[in-house]
Design a protein around this ligand. Structure first.
Ligand code: ZN
Ligand code: ZN
Length: 302
């Protein structure tokens, strides 16, 4: 399998299915083209990227260097990486041909090192799965009226369809994160922190009981009326409920296929290091920008 095959190994089938439905909506491709024509990245820069700290080798390198191994494992080009002052723990990725990953100061303060890496791997998973264009569209449509000239006839149904797909896309990014980290554990721990509070409060949470909440939730959905009410409750959410994510990722990370994928992605990471100096390269580089050594031909990993 090729690089795309690796992504195919962690795309959630519900993500795949709902994305096809989304793309079949009349007018969808016209709206996408309109976003691209006006210059999506410029909008992203204008709306979202002002007044943040861009992380780099000379700017908070301890944070910056965390994304390199993850990008190498998932075989993606490194996104521009920003820190935003916001006490709420959050991370998001926007853009299209250029991608911008932002983490908040609250996230860095709130999570421990493994949990922070899990969030970064989740965001990089969205880039690997090519989710970011549609996520950005969903976010901009939610901001409303300023794009109404393009989207007026479609805005609400398009928004809801995008969010419906986005909730499924989150499951693929969780899988990518677990595969990149070699374990579902940090993804589960992160969900528990974001659902119930900091480690000092939730460190002793019974994870089996927590995951069982998702089963109880599904049983409730067997009733048509409850299913309708819950559909309305979740309609404007961009993410599935945390207990559902925990159950999904634990189940997926328990299989043999998961171990094989982890080994394959670790190979990706080794291939991205310069054999002479060990510095990470980008997928398009022929020579190491650190030491000038010629980089070996990259091999397909799965
Ligand atoms: Zn996500
Ligand atoms: Zn080198």
């Amino acid at each position: 399998m090729t690089k795309n095959g690796a992504v195919g190994a962690f795309i959630h089938p519900e993500d795949e299915r709902t994305r096809r439905q989304l793309e079949a909506i009349p007018g969808f491709s016209a709206v996408v083209k309109a976003f691209l024509r006006v210059g999506l990245e410029r909008i992203v820069h204008g709306v979202s990227m002002a007044e943040k700290i861009r992380l780099g080798p000379d700017q908070l390198p301890d944070l910056y260097h965390r994304i390199k191994p993850v990008c190498a494992r998932l075989d993606i080009t490194e996104p521009e990486f920003y820190l935003e002052m916001n006490p709420a723990p959050n991370a998001y990725t926007t853009g299209d041909t250029r991608t911008f990953l932002t983490i908040t100061s609250g996230l860095v303060e709130y999570l421990d090192s493994d949990e922070l890496n899990a969030v970064l791997a989740h965001e990089c998973g969205h880039i690997a799965c090519r989710h970011v264009l549609y996520h950005t569209m969903a976010a901009l449509l939610l901001q409303g009226s300023m794009f109404s000239a393009f989207t007026a006839p479609f805005t609400k149904p398009m928004q809801l369809a995008l969010l419906y797909w986005q909730r499924r896309s989150e499951l693929s990014a969780d899988r990518a994160a677990a595969a990149a980290l070699g374990s579902g554990g940090p993804v589960v721990e992160t969900m528990i922190r974001l659902s119930g509070g900091p480690k000092s409060v939730t460190g002793a949470v019974n994870i089996d009981a927590y995951a069982a909440q998702a089963d109880a939730y599904d049983e409730m959905l067997a009733s048509t009326w409850d299913s309708l009410l819950q559909g309305m409750a979740v309609m404007n959410h961009s993410h599935p409920f945390a207990a559902v994510r925990v159950r999904e990722i634990r189940h997926w990370a328990a299989g043999d296929k998961f171990n094989r994928l982890c080994h394959a992605l670790a190979k990706n990471e080794r291939q991205r290091r310069c054999p002479a100096c060990g510095v990470f390269s980008e997928p398009t580089w022929k020579f190491c920008r650190e030491c000038g050594a010629q980089l070996p031909e990259r091999k397909e990993i799965l």
